[in-house]
Write a protein that binds this ligand. Structure first.
Ligand code: SF4
Ligand code: SF4
Length: 209
């Protein structure tokens, strides 16, 4: 008789870590703080070695969603120069891909930072419906776990925290450049224990990825 975690583990093991390939996870400042504490690494070095930093404009230009680009063009024409400075300056951070898979993926498809993996990975296959700001969710059908929503209790619980962290992250980083984001992360590192203990305390799940 399998436990819920055991069933998830066996499904993830036979999947081949689809969710860790092709699309690098976008991380929040809260994710970076937890991971840097776990790896005992300075944020600047962590970002240099494992992450890719992109401006908001680069994110929009690389996005597969054409409507996003159209909206941005319209807003840009209406609100220059403020929107231009936000697009050029705001920094977002995502993990590097190596051979088209996440830099933290092991050869056996397990995750090197499993206990502190980013929230976006922790809640998968749950995803924001259209925008994370709406707080509504959908299930990624390509993930075999999507056929077993009864196994996703923890993911549903974490989704609320994920939305909350993303909203805070987006509000704070809008308009910040790399050095400013780094200073914010360093400040959060100092208050990490108070800030992260609720998420951090029970944030263990049995999936392999
Ligand atoms: S979460 Fe889904 S896509 Fe990712 S490894 Fe598990 S079964 Fe595969
Ligand atoms: S679960 Fe781990 S290996 Fe997979 S995308 Fe997230 S951080 Fe990378």
């Amino acid at each position: 008789m399998y436990s819920i975690d055991g069933l998830k583990l066996s499904i993830c093991k036979s999947c081949g870590a689809l969710c860790c390939k092709h699309f690098p996870p976008m991380v929040t400042v809260f994710d970076i703080v937890r991971i840097c504490k776990f790896l005992k690494i300075e944020p600047r070095k962590f970002i240099k070695d494992f992450c890719e930093c992109l401006t908001l404009r680069e994110i929009v230009s690389k996005s597969p969603y054409k409507t996003l680009k159209i909206y941005v063009n319209i807003i840009e024409n209406l609100l220059k120069p403020r929107i231009v400075s936000l697009l050029e300056k705001t920094i977002f951070i995502r993990f590097k891909l190596i051979d088209d898979h996440c830099i933290f993926l092991n050869n056996d498809n397990s995750c090197k930072i499993h206990p502190v993996k980013p929230m976006v990975c922790r809640v998968f296959p749950l995803k924001p419906y259209t925008s994370i700001l709406e707080g509504r969710l959908r299930i990624a059908e390509a993930c075999p776990l999507s056929k077993h929503p009864e196994l996703l209790r923890k993911e549903f619980e974490y989704f609320r925290i994920y939305v909350q962290e993303c909203k805070t992250h987006l509000l704070v980083v809008l308009g910040l450049d790399f050095e400013e984001v780094l200073r914010l992360i360093e400040y959060l590192m100092k208050i990490h224990d108070e800030l992260c203990k609720d998420v951090w305390g029970g944030a263990q799940s049995a999936s392999t990825h």
